[in-house]
Design a protein around this ligand. Structure first.
Ligand code: GTP
Length: 348
């Protein structure tokens, strides 16, 4: 019981999803004497469910975060795990599977209403006793409640997207990934062989709804709110599971795109812009968005990166709207100018 209390205190002492994931798998692994426990993300890509490990603990080793190796893929199709797929399809609280060599896997989806985007997976060489299942059930409930609380503080209440407050933290993670990526991209002899066109980078895009004031003025704030919710949904379905979408405030959204070539980033952003353009908004009809985007450099301050995306957005707004503009292309094409001030480049 002491151990259970200790784990409960540990789980509820965090203000961060990552640490909460680590403490929940540490708790269930110890209390169920599991050989392995994982937190899985369940992502829905165009109606198909995929699972992707987020954190893992193996017996005798410390818990660790998992970076999904193939960023181009949303994860493993859930159909690879028929018992879990059935459990998710029927909104069940758990699924159990015994492999041919007698290993037991227990899946516990974390249901938030009718949606589960997280699932615990516990692997054990022996069957689970009813006592173990009872204790794990309690931990899952605490985990779900606490995740709910964290989500509430990190998300915008109108659209459900991540809010401005979480942006700095997510951008810091992306800058770290950029540094690691840059180190991997340069071979030991220090010579970069890939052409800049093939190079994968992280990207920041600022999205702003065009003439949104007119929507509010003509149809009222409730319809305006509805447009924002539908655009948030289009953002989530147009970008990939590994990208991050924020509502920055008002009718402005920011997207962090992970590991994309310039060509792909353009394609994904353009696909989103067209999805909005072609969407029939109830009562309101057609709505368009303008986008400014820029590659993220780990060696520049977030305020400079955001400023550049904003400048590209401003350019799109003042050149007809309903378009996506790439900061570097505008600079190299002479449509925007930078000026060196101190050791950073800034606009005037
Ligand atoms: N319905 C609704 N409106 C909002 C919300 N937040 C901000 N707004 C409105 O968004 C509008 C933004 O208008 P402007 O900044 O003038 O920009 P715009 O009309 O979109 O014009 P451009 O950006 O130049 O294309 C204002 O009328 C705000 O009141 C919200 O949460 N709901």
């Amino acid at each position: 019981m002491d151990s259970l209390l200790k784990h409960m205190v540990d789980m509820t002492g965090h203000r961060d999803h990552t640490m909460l994931d680590i403490s929940v798998i540490s708790a269930v692994a110890e209390l169920a004497s599991a050989t392995q426990a994982r937190v899985l993300s369940i992502v829905n890509v165009r109606g198909q469910l995929y699972v992707r490990p987020r954190a893992v603990i193996e017996r005798g080793r410390p818990a660790r975060m998992e970076e999904y190796a193939d960023l181009a893929m949303p994860g493993d199709p859930v159909s690879m795990f028929p018992a879990l797929a059935r459990c998710l399809a029927h909104h069940e609280s758990s699924a159990d599977y015994m492999s041919p060599d007698g290993e037991h896997t227990l899946w516990l989806p974390i249901w938030m209403g009718d949606k589960a985007d997280t699932c615990l997976e516990i692997i054990n060489p022996t069957p689970y006793t009813s006592d173990t299942i009872h204790i794990i059930g309690g931990i899952v409930s605490v985990y779900r409640n606490f995740q709910n609380l964290l989500d509430y503080s990190e998300r915008d209440s109108l659209t459900g997207l991540l809010n401005r407050k979480t942006f700095d933290d997510q951008l810091a993670k992306m800058l770290q990934a950029t540094i690691e990526h840059d180190m991997l991209a340069v071979p030991p002899d220090g010579l970069e062989r890939r052409s800049p066109h093939e190079q994968e980078k992280q990207w920041l895009a600022v999205v702003d709804v065009d003439h949104f004031k007119a929507v509010n003025d003509k149809f009222g704030h409730l319809y305006g709110d509805e447009v924002l919710i539908l655009i948030a949904n289009l953002l989530q379905s147009s970008f990939r599971a590994q990208d991050r979408v924020f509502r920055f405030g008002g009718e402005e959204f920011v997207v962090l795109l992970r590991s994309s070539t310039l060509e792909n980033a353009k394609k994904i952003i353009e696909r989103f812009r067209m999805n909005v353009e072609q969407h029939e908004f109830p009562q309101v009809g057609r709505v368009t968005v303008s986008v400014g985007f820029v590659s993220i450099s780990a060696y520049e301050a977030p305020v400079i990166i955001l400023g550049r995306a904003d400048q590209a957005l401003y350019y799109a707004k003042s050149h007809g709207r309903n378009m996506a503009c790439h900061y570097d292309e505008l600079v190299s094409g002479g449509q925007l100018q930078t000026v060196e001030s101190n050791d950073t480049a800034e606009f005037f």
